[in-house]
Design a protein around this ligand. Structure first.
Ligand code: SF4
Length: 290
């Protein structure tokens, strides 16, 4: 089976069957993201999807998890998704969990009844790149969403029985907006109570200057110590009831995991210990000494 590259999937979908039902990202404008920059968005033909599902089922007949790619496959209409899920069940009798990346507006565009029907067909998890809870930063990075639109859409999914796994990007607002980003993101998460939360650290594939220009030139990137301070402020402000937290993306200097808020103290202590070391090492950076 040939995938249309590049192909991205969340780490937790490593053992899932993956079928591309869309190619690229329908939005493709977030300032920090280059994942699908060279890939034009298109919906994959129904016959092509069915052919791929059939091929996958020959190699993975007992698979229990299916991930719908690419970038925001949940942008597909309810009718299209419903048909894909029904077809998937005919090829994978043991199918238990279906998931996809989604933008909040992809959720908002479907009715609660439609979301419930998709849930009934096994679509039980959506990965949502929330990135930040700050309206200022959401606008600056061209997310095309607001705090209110994110909270409303995710709570709509939850009400329909669909769980979410949300991502926050450390360092997104630089030194100038680090507190606003940490506290705004925490208060947003407290309103949605996602099942899973992960953080990754800002990476700028198009360079610092391009990113800085969208902040009117007012953006100073965080160093490791700053990122840890931001993460500390963020986790300290979270009031979550059983969210599974992972910060094990390759972009993070400190891998962390736990259940929030149960493990909050332990996580904060680990960050404080690592912060001391990061502060010590800071003396060797050009900005702070050498
Ligand atoms: S919605 Fe996701 S995949 Fe699309 S541009 Fe933004 S971060 Fe990248």
């Amino acid at each position: 089976m040939l995938y249309n590259e590049p192909l991205y999937r969340p780490p937790s979908e490593a053992n899932s069957a993956i079928v591309q039902v869309t190619l690229g990202c329908s939005w493709n404008q977030c300032l920090f993201c280059d994942m699908y920059r060279k890939k034009y968005f298109r919906v994959v033909e129904a016959l092509e999807v069915e052919k791929d599902l059939r091929l996958l089922s020959e190699y993975m007949p007992d698979v229990r998890k299916l991930f719908l790619a690419d970038g925001n496959a949940f942008v597909l209409s309810y009718e299209r998704l419903h048909s894909i899920l029904e077809t998937a069940h005919t090829y994978f009798p043991a199918l238990h969990r279906i998931s996809a990346y989604a933008l909040p507006r992809d959720i908002a565009s479907k009715t609660t009844t439609e979301l419930q029907a998709l849930r009934q067909l096994g679509l039980s998890l959506l990965y949502v790149g929330v990135e930040t809870g700050s309206d200022y930063l959401l606008k600056a990075i061209h997310k095309g969403e607001t705090r209110a639109s994110i909270v409303k859409a995710i709570n709509k999914a939850h009400a329909a029985g669909i769980q979410t796994s949300v991502m926050i990007i450390s360092g997104l607002g630089g030194k100038e907006h680090t507190v606003e980003h940490a506290q705004g993101s925490a208060t947003l998460l407290n309103l949605i109570q996602p099942k899973f939360l992960s953080t990754l650290t800002l990476f700028l594939p198009r360079g610092l200057e391009a990113y800085r220009s969208c902040f009117g030139g007012n953006f100073t990137p965080l160093d490791t110590y700053d990122v840890l301070q931001e993460l500390h402020t963020f986790i300290a402000a979270l009031e979550l009831e059983g969210t599974i937290f992972r910060s094990n993306h390759v972009s993070n200097s400190l891998p962390l995991e736990g259940t929030l808020s149960r493990d909050r103290t332990k996580l904060l202590t680990t960050i404080e210990q690592m912060s001391s070391e990061a502060k010590r090492l800071r003396r060797f950076s050009p900005e702070y000494g050498y």
